[in-house]
Design a protein around this ligand. Structure first.
Ligand code: FES
Length: 127
C-alpha cells in the first residue's frame, strides 16, 4: 500500500523530538482520525535552522512529518509557508488516495507554527 520511501521515513523518521528552545511551536489534529502533530522551529535571521516533530498518528502521518522537516530545514520562513500538503506527498513519491489527508497534518502544523512565529514578530499571516 505504501511505497518504499514512505515506509523508510516511517521506520526511520528524521528530526523526531522536542526543541526546548524553539522559537515557534505549531500543532494540528485531525478530526477525522484523532491523529495529532506538534512541530518545533528554531529560526535564525528568518531561516529555519532546526526543526523537530512529535506525531501521534498513522504511518503516513509519521512519514509526512519526517519528510516535511527535511523539506523545510534551511528554508526561509516565507519559503516554508509555501510548502503544501501536496508538496509533502509528492516528495514522498505519492500517498495512497485514502491517506492523502494525512499529509495535511504536517503542512497544517507547520503553517500554525509559522503563524505563531510571525505573531511573536508582530506580523500577521494571511491564508
Ligand atoms: Fe490520521 Fe493518517 S489516518 S493522519
Amino acid at each position: 500500500m505504501y511505497n518504499e520511501k514512505v515506509v523508510e521515513h516511517f521506520n526511520n523518521p528524521r528530526n523526531v523530538g522536542e526543541l526546548p528552545d524553539a522559537d515557534a511551536i505549531g500543532e494540528n489534529g485531525s478530526f477525522k482520525c484523532g491523529d495529532t502533530m506538534k512541530i518545533y522551529l528554531k529560526v535564525k535571521d528568518g531561516i529555519i535552522e532546526d526543526v523537530r516533530f512529535q506525531t501521534y498518528g498513522c504511518g503516513a502521518a509519521i512519514a509526512s512529518s519526517s519528510m516535511l522537516t527535511e523539506i523545510i530545514k534551511g528554508k526561509t520562513i516565507d519559503e516554508a509557508l509555501q510548502v503544501s500538503n501536496q508538496d509533502v506527498a509528492d516528495e514522498l513519491g505519492g500517498l495512497p488516495p485514502l491517506k492523502l489527508h494525512c499529509s495535511n497534518l504536517a503542512a497544517d502544523a507547520l503553517h500554525d507554527a509559522i503563524a505563531n512565529y510571525k505573531k511573536k514578530q508582530g506580523s500577521v499571516v494571511k491564508d
